[in-house]
Design a protein around this ligand. Structure first.
Ligand code: NAD
Length: 284
């Protein structure tokens, strides 16, 4: 594997491309317009500087060299994915947007290429059914920020082959990550629990039980969690949280996954968390 297609240059796609560059792999990073790609380029430069500062210094005090960011090719042209060896799809958590991409990728990429969906809750089996290669489609649920997180949830769709899982594990090992393989179910393991927790934490704020900072303080000071659920929500993006809770609600038809009205109101108001500068907290 040499050249990886990375679709979507938002929070996750930029992290994946940065991580690939750090281990010497080329990527073709695709998004819908040049302005988004320019923001992505700047985010990747900031991210690479930050990762280097946070990485432990070697015995002689030297830090690891900065990754070669020229390994990332930015484009809005899907046909440039014709020669990639593997695809990681990271576009917005909306079925209508994701579902439009898979038949397109299927037509452009060579038949042996594996498609990995980075999704918070959407069914891998359903995405795979949009292609002629369902055995070569799986989920790779990266954690945020991608370059700093040591493990990834790997999701087997109904038809995903053992060879596809092996190929994905090889790529993850190259990226310095462990893949934890789970079955395809709405929200997988991580988000079936996390999204419900975050949604319930928003209800606590809505109901006036405690302000956001105190909800988070209970988790950090009492349970020793490094971040509270609302800080986590701001990091993930409140829009992504809302879309994920909606997918869980639709998938299970269970009212326990109903999105909190305050969450929906904040998203309608453009309060997406860190990426928009305002969520439960304010970011400069
Ligand atoms: P984001 O909103 O930051 O970025 C999504 C990007 O997709 C945007 O830049 C958008 O322009 C682009 N896009 C939309 N339609 C496209 C198309 N047709 N072709 C190419 N690009 C397109 O979202 P994100 O947080 O990066 O999330 C991406 C995926 O990763 C989602 O499915 C999300 O559920 C999942 N995820 C997110 C997190 C997180 O912490 N944010 C963690 C794990 C997984």
């Amino acid at each position: 594997m040499k050249r990886i297609g990375v679709i979507g240059a938002g929070v996750m796609g930029t992290g994946v491309a940065q991580n690939l560059a750090a281990v010497g792999l080329e990527s073709v990073l695709v998004d819908v317009d040049d302005a988004t790609l320019e923001r992505a380029r700047q985010q990747i430069q900031r991210g690479a500087r930050m990762s280097r500062l946070l990485s432990p210094a070697g015995a002689n005090g030297a830090r690891s060299p900065e990754p070669n960011l020229d390994l990332i090719h930015y484009t809005t042209d899907y046909t440039e994915l014709g020669d990639v060896d593997f695809v990681v799809e990271n576009i917005t958590e909306k079925w209508d947007l994701k579902s439009a991409i898979y038949p397109r990728l299927d037509a452009i990429c060579a038949p042996g290429v594996v498609f990995a969906a980075n999704t918070s809750a959407i069914s891998i089996t359903r995405l795979a059914s949009l292609t002629t290669r369902p055995e070569r489609v799986l989920g790779m649920h990266f954690m945020n920020p991608v370059p700093m997180k040591p493990a990834v949830e790997v999701i087997r769709g109904w038809h995903t082959s053992d060879e596809t899982v092996r190929t994905a594990q090889e790529l993850l090992a190259r990226m310095g990550k462990e893949g934890i393989v789970v079955a395809d179910a709405p929200g997988f393991v991580s988000n079936r629990v996390l999204m419900l927790t975050v949604n319930e934490a928003v209800y606590l704020v809505q109901d006036g039980v405690a302000p956001a900072a105190d909800v988070d303080r209970v988790f950090k000071s009492c349970f020793g969690h490094p971040m509270g659920p609302l800080e986590t929500a701001d990091l993930i993006g409140l829009d992504t949280i809302l879309h994920s809770v909606e997918v869980l609600y639709e998938s299970f038809n269970d009212s326990k996954y109903r999105p909190c009205p305050l969450l929906r109101k904040m998203v309608d108001a453009g309060l997406y968390g860190r990426k928009s500068g305002q969520g439960f907290y304010t970011y400069s």
